[in-house]
Write a protein that binds this ligand. Structure first.
Ligand code: FES
Ligand SMILES: [Fe+2]
Length: 395
């Protein structure tokens, strides 16, 4: 249980909030790169409570600028891209990717061009996504997790629907191992559990949680048949489960963008060159009506991800942690909260939080990917079922 103030400390993401300042120390994906085209060179992006516009100018540079023009606030989403940047549709103020104002029609106002800098953030194209960094300089590097940089396979992207909840609810869910055997006990193709209250929990001998220095909370599940599943929650907002990373990007305090990058190793271990734009697809809505919240919306429950979406959203736009009663089974959640609090405090002290990589020559971070892929290909040993259906879950 947390006080209202502690809850806000951990969950709020806007500029100047403690949690928002922590999240601004990491790179976040903001768009699928294949979707920013010469025909559609601007995209609206909302991240960490900030309204931004991603654009590609006619020289091929990509920028991320505050949505509202520094002149009188019209949206740059409707700007015209040119060789040197993007020109506001209203009066033509021209911005480059760094937020410099290059022209101020109808007159040339040197004082404004010298003194006003439009909010701009660095952008990188990586594994078929555009990534943004909203924190102080110098920016770190995007961590080279094995699943993102290994060359012996191919990657693909799935964009999940926007979730109407705070980003930390799915992360707590990812540090909550026992829910797999209970929440996800039923679904397509699975046998019924011994009873619905305990689901398949009695197939599990033990759960363990520990933090590793490279920036992960490792969850270990030991089954009674001897199988062991250990995979990382990569702090702060990524779950690496099976062959994929689920990246939970906070849009604002009560919404989250959810993008999945999956890796398929080549069968013979040969090197495969990923195209710059990866194949991508969008998942269907997970509730009806898709834009309503609980209890107006009715959540679908027949697939593992949808079961997770139901619990994340029905906890509330921001879960009321002042009203909860944690138990021993929630110790992974408690550990994650401690990790979040401690790393927010590190940022407040001017230190890097865990998992920040500043060495551009670091080749790869081992997330124990092969063991997870092997485990998943055998099917999780829950009951007697080969529960490949869990493969897209977040457990
Ligand atoms: S509002 Fe953008 S140029 Fe005037
Ligand atoms: Fe789950």
């Amino acid at each position: 249980m947390l006080t209202k103030e502690e809850n806000e400390f951990l969950t709020h993401v806007g500029p100047g909030t403690p949690g928002g300042e922590l999240l601004r120390r990491y790179w976040h994906p903001v768009a699928v790169s294949a979707e920013l085209t010469d025909e559609r060179p601007t995209m609206f992006v909302r991240i960490l409570g900030e309204d931004l516009v991603l654009f590609k100018d006619k020289s091929g540079r990509v920028g991320l600028l505050a949505d509202h023009c520094s002149h009188r606030g019209a949206s740059l989403l409707y700007g015209r891209v040119e060789e040197r940047g993007i020109s506001c549709a209203y009066h033509g103020w021209l911005y480059d990717c760094d937020g410099n104002i290059l022209e101020t029609p109808p007159e040339r106002n040197d004082a404004i061009m010298k003194s006003v800098k439009h909010t701009a953030y660095p952008v990188q194209r990586f594994i078929g996504l555009y990534w943004a960094y909203l924190g102080p300089s110098p920016a770190p590097v995007i961590p080279p997790y094995d699943i993102w940089v290994r060359k012996d396979g191919t990657r693909k992207i799935t964009v999940r629907p926007v979730l109407d909840c705070n980003w930390f609810q799915p992360m707590e869910n990812s540090a909550d191992s026992p829910h797999l055997e209970i929440l996800h006990q039923d679904g397509a193709g699975r046998e019924a559990p011994p009873n619905t209250t305990r689901g398949f929990i009695d197939d599990v001998e033990s759960y363990d949680y520990h933090v590793e220095e490279w920036g992960a909370l490792i969850k270990t599940r030991v089954y009674k048949n001897g199988e062991v599943d250990a995979h990382p929650l990569i702090f702060p907002n990524i779950l690496r489960v099976g062959d994929r990373t689920q990246i939970r990007v906070p849009i604002d305090d009560t919404h989250m963008w959810h993008v999945v990058v999956a890796f398929t190793p080549s069968e013979d271990g040969s090197i495969v060159e990923d195209p710059e734009d990866l194949p991508f697809s969008y998942d269907a809505p997970y509730k009806d009506p898709p834009d309503a919240r609980h209890p107006v919306a009715r959540h679908k429950m027949d697939m593992v991800p949808q079961q997770d979406y139901m619990v994340w959203e029905t906890q509330g736009p921001i879960a009321n942690r002042a009203a909860e009663n944690l138990s021993y089974g929630d110790r992974g959640v408690s550990l994650l909260r401690t990790m979040l609090r401690e790393n927010i405090e590190r940022v407040q002290q001017g230190l890097d939080p865990i998992g920040i990589v500043r060495d551009p020559d670091l080749r790869m971070i081992d997330t124990n990917l092969d063991a997870s892929i092997a485990m998943e290909s055998r099917g999780r040993p829950v009951g007697s079922r080969a529960s490949r259906a869990n493969a897209t879950g977040s457990s």
